[in-house]
Design a protein around this ligand. Structure first.
Ligand code: C2O
Ligand code: CU
Length: 437
């Protein structure tokens, strides 16, 4: 269990600031959310839209978010996946929540290109369900051109008989996580999309659902993973499905398709140890005639590449074990880390390599999310992952074990990790710890 020092180079490179300041105004308020024509649910939104506006910037820019809370309850914004200073992290550890009528300015640099998201980090089980989330796209101007790009946020809603967002049922939802039967893409139920024949698009996917794993397929078509939580992987990786746990992101290269074809975005049945795996339709993609004017000559997938050097030798021993558990007490369902709800984990030191074994002692999958830092997956149930990547969220299978490695860089402060099934996080499957200089 010895930790050794690791060089700063053993982490994703930190892009130098461009000096460009991106200013974004965000207002959270109650919202009439039209999930399909004429079907309106009472929700929450940023800037009158659910999901909130896509925040776009180039890598190296500085983001200034001027936030106003017009909700009837306090809230905060967490920047999921961004390497921000601890004080900007938007968790309850980072400072006081923003009260109703209050303001806060979040300001930080964007050292990484990739697909990230922002979401409420207070009363999350209610506030995210109501729509308080949005995408962040940080572009690298060196990325190769594609014919088009889509940002796709997946969600599900649990409705009551009156067609409104159902009240929580704590015992069941805290146990299994809250899943809803209404599947949404970008806040809309089963949308229809179009793509011209012969084109290759970059899709930025984010699973914002409270508890639903998404096993995505495109009518059996092959597509390529080009990036994950922390940006590009070394080379495109061909698949015919991806599994996205809550909190996860994937960047995909999709297409080309043939004129007249219909491609269905499907959620294939996935057994996470809770709920009822079923085959579901998410969206329909109609392939339109070729459109030469909008087609880039020769999208070169091979140019989506980035070196990712291994943080540790394959056989490296873990420096810490984190056991995820749950139990039923007289007070209700509790989530635990090392048998303790809301665990206080030992501090980590800047520059000291961390190798963590995350052991799932339950019969249900748990997506493990580390705030503020990227890790590499060394193994899942003893098997190395199919490609190296930088991640902030990894699915820990039921009764399974995941080993990760990461390096605390020089951002001391209070940080946390938790299960991204929001109900599990809320009932205690989380830990805080200090990063100390
Ligand atoms: Cu997206 Cu603390 O989480
Ligand atoms: Cu969980």
């Amino acid at each position: 269990m010895s930790e050794h020092a690791a060089p700063e180079s053993a982490q994703p490179p930190w892009t130098a600031p461009t000096g460009v300041l991106q200013v974004v105004d965000l207002q959270a308020a109650e919202h009439h959310w039209e999930i399909s024509p004429g079907v309106v649910v009472h929700g929450y939104a940023f800037n009158g839209q659910a999901p909130g506006p896509v925040i776009e910037a180039s890598v190296g820019d500085t983001l200034l978010v001027r936030f106003t809370n017009l909700l009837p309850e306090p809230t905060t914004i967490h920047w999921h996946g961004l390497r921000v200073p601890a004080a900007m992290d938007g968790s309850e550890l980072a400072g006081d929540p923003v009260p109703p009528g209050g303001h806060f300015q979040y300001r930080f640099d964007l050292p990484d290109a990739g697909t990230f998201w922002y979401h409420s980090h207070l009363n999350e089980t209610v506030q995210l369900e109501r729509g308080l989330y949005g995408a962040i796209v940080v572009r690298n101007p060196d990325d190769p051109p594609v014919d088009g790009e889509r940002v796709l946020l997946f969600d599900d809603l649990k409705m009551n008989r009156r067609g409104q967002i159902a009240a929580p049922t704590p015992l069941l939802e805290n146990m299994r996580g809250r899943e809803g039967d209404v599947l949404l893409i970008n806040g809309v139920r089963e949308p229809t999309m179009q793509i011209p024949a012969g084109q290759i698009e970059r899709w930025r996917l984010i699973n914002t659902a409270s508890a639903r794993h998404l096993r995505l397929s495109l009518s059996g078509h092959r597509f390529h993973v080009i990036g994950t939580d922390g940006g590009l992987i070394p080379a495109p990786y061909a698949v015919d499905e991806v599994l996205m746990a809550p909190g996860d992101r994937f960047d995909l290269a999709v297409g080309p398709f043939t004129d007249g074809e219909t491609v269905v975005l499907q959620a294939l049945p996935y057994d996470r140890g809770a709920g009822r795996p079923r085959h579901r339709t998410l969206a329909t993609l109609h392939v339109a005639p070729e459109d030469r004017a909008s087609t880039t000559a020769g999208v070169d997938l091979g140019r989506f590449s980035r070196a990712i050097l291994p943080l540790v030798e394959p056989g490296e021993a873990p420096t810490r074990t984190i056991r995820l558990g749950g139990r039923l007490t007289r007070r209700g369902v509790e989530g635990t880390v090392n048998d303790t709800p809301h665990f206080e984990d030992a501090p980590v030191h800047v520059g000291r390599l961390q190798v963590w074994d995350i052991v799932n002692e339950t019969t249900m999958d748990h997506p493990f999310h580390l705030h503020g830092f990227f890790f590499q997956i060394l193994s899942i149930n003893g098997e190395p992952p199919p490609y190296p990547s930088w991640e902030d969220t990894v699915n820990v299978p039921a009764r399974g074990r995941v080993r990760i490695a990461w390096l605390p860089d020089n951002r001391p402060g209070r940080w946390m990790y938790h299960c991204h099934i929001l109900e599990h996080h809320a009932v205690g499957m989380m830990a805080h710890f200090d990063v100390v200089a």
